[in-house]
Design a protein. Sequence first.
Length: 347
Amino acid sequence: MSESNGLTYAQAGVDIDAGNELVERIKPAARRTARSGTMSGLGGFGALFDLKDAGFKDPILVAATDGVGTKLRIGIDTGYVDTLGIDLVAMCVNDLVCQGAEPLFFLDYLATGKLDVDQAARVVEGIADGCAASGCALVGGETAEMPGMYSSGDFDLAGFAVGAMERGASLPANVAEGDILLGLMSDGCHSNGYSLVRRIVDVAGLSWDDAAPFGDGTLGQALLAPTRLYVKPLLAAMKVGGVHGMAHITGGGLTENLPRVLPEGLGAEVDLGSWTLPPVFAWLAEVGGIAEAEMLKTFNAGIGMVVVVNPDQANEVATVLAEAGETVVPLGHVVAGEGVHYKGKLV
């Protein structure tokens, strides 16, 4: 085949120049997330991080990975992609801090059929926002343009976070009967249950551009409220002492996630009347005819994080969390037994 008739990668659907343009566009976003320990910027084959410079003496590394799930579908269909990156970061770093770790750095993976530089740059700006709010450096990532793998306009996101703690500081630890459960309110559905959310929207006969029945703005905008970042308030709470465990309430709700931080032989008693079900969940439950048990096993139902605290220090921990901007709810306490026992009703 002659050179004039030879095929190019661009003709096969992959635009290397667009990828290079995206890297240049997002370099300022990555730079604004730099923190102590950051050693290199974007563009290398790998990212370097100096744990000693970050202040650790005998560190244990902790890693987490996650995605945004089918919430992406709403972002793609509405064009509101700017906060999806916050969701991506939050789903990873909120898990890290539950282990007792301080998030240090983050990498993202964006896969698409045809790279839209402007759209991708908006997503990465959101990732940088989430990293900056969590004290976590955006040190690298990968943009994969894969024609034939994704439909036109579609993309997928995955994130990878690494944190550290000093040896012996891992959580959960020392959880005991009588410990207090402090709930931190969520900012909506976060990034879980969206396959059911989308089904309920279909049942209701609504479109993303319709007014939200439970709040301000359009339905699409309301359902895209980003996942709350709990990292900095929780790190401050751990410095107080008495924090025995933390549970990020994601897929599986309180029912499945809270037992993950409880040792064998211990369960949790939760008073459902201790908080008011946020409007978005009340609407979903009503329109979908969702039973209470299903709500508590699918959605966060208004509680995005649970902190297990020594009773003697619960008030001080709650004060620190409130001063950091969290809405703190005394949910109940740790009891003998297994699983989560509910009393009262969601209202």
